[in-house]
Write a protein that binds this ligand. Structure first.
Ligand code: SF4
Length: 322
């Protein structure tokens, strides 16, 4: 995760929840990629450290466990820069310019300077982040598929040139949870429609209550269609009680339940699910030293693995004294 914003429910349901599950049976590395934040935000770095701590708090409060996983900060493992440099020799400019998100993001974001070498080369840095740990699998959202493909290509090219040193990873997709923002579009901090993991119950309530529901349901007596309503999608995420869900879906279709009541039930379900996360978050916020310690210890562990990888990489490329 790039430390350019706090994490929201979209991040939680589409990625973070899956990470928490994966750490039970796998050796996992989870990183806050602060150098990646610079690829788009180099001109204003004032909040990178703040968001680094906030994202680490989000990680821990959602259940990532430093005893089970390596949780670290990219810039504290300098080997990432070293591998980025070496892989950069193999990546052609034409290939990088064809990365779909490169053109899309440049067309969309006009208030930042994205004409830099750093922004063009970020898929190479991402490849270095992954290949450093000889990852079998990378748990990502579908939108990252192309980046994993790029990583596989560059690993294969490296291995073909220098010998079989880098593991070629595969993408690991979780069943995608569709998480709408409070305006019904995809939840995204850049759309200003996100419910953040750090939001209090009151803030969540203020975001949920004014949300537009099925637009055909103008009056309480009009039947509605849950499938056209973002509140229903939230019920699918937060409301595990099948009886309650059936009551809502049927009640909506037959105009037996009003949207205000439906939202109140949802808020109760959100509270039940999120309370343990909020409580953990509140405690962690008070212990900033612990947060820094988690990142320091994790970065130390990551560095040990990274050093070994770089020894074999440099040996294969025949770089350094021998
Ligand atoms: S009753 Fe619930 S599901 Fe139906 S339109 Fe209203 S908020 Fe949406």
């Amino acid at each position: 995760m790039r430390p350019t914003a706090k994490l929201h429910l979209g991040n939680y349901f589409s990625v973070l929840k899956n990470w928490v599950k994966l750490q039970e049976d796998n050796e996992c590395y989870f990183c806050v990629v602060d150098w990646h934040a610079l690829t788009s935000d180099y001109a204003d770095t004032s909040l990178i450290r703040y968001y680094t701590r906030e994202i680490t708090i989000d990680y821990l409060s959602c259940g990532l466990d430093p005893e089970k996983s390596v949780i670290f900060l990219q810039s504290q493992v300098k080997e990432h820069a070293e591998l980025f440099l070496l892989l950069g020799m193999l990546a052609t400019v034409g290939r990088l310019e064809r990365v779909p998100t490169y053109k899309e993001v440049r067309a969309e974001i006009k208030d930042k300077d994205l004409s830099t070498f750093g922004f063009l080369g970020y898929p190479v840095l991402m490849a270095a982040d992954i290949l450093m740990y000889k990852a079998d699998a990378v748990p990502v959202g579908k939108d990252q598929e192309y980046h994993i493909e790029f990583t596989r290509e560059i690993a294969r090219k490296f291995n073909a040139l220098y010998g079989n040193v880098l593991a070629v990873p595969r993408a690991l997709f979780a069943p995608i949870a569709k998480v709408p923002g409070i305006d019904g579009r995809k939840m995204s901090k850049s759309y200003g429609n996100a419910i953040f993991l750090s939001d209090t119950f009151d803030e969540v309530r203020k975001k949920i209550m004014p949300m537009v529901t099925d637009t055909n349901r103008k009056r309480r007596t009009d039947p509605g269609d849950p499938d056209k309503c973002p509140i229903w999608l939230y019920h699918l995420l937060f409301n595990d009680d099948e009886e309650s869900r059936n009551m809502i879906a049927n009640g909506c279709r037959k105009a037996k339940i009003g949207c205000v009541d439906c939202k109140k039930i949802l808020l109760q379900k959100i509270k039940e699910k999120m309370e343990p996360i909020w409580e953990k978050r509140a405690k962690l916020e008070q212990d900033q030293n612990y947060i820094l310690d988690v990142l320091k210890t994790g970065s130390q562990k990551a560095r040990e693995t990274a050093r070994k990888t770089m020894e074999s990489v440099n040996e294969a490329v025949r770089i350094g004294l021998r």
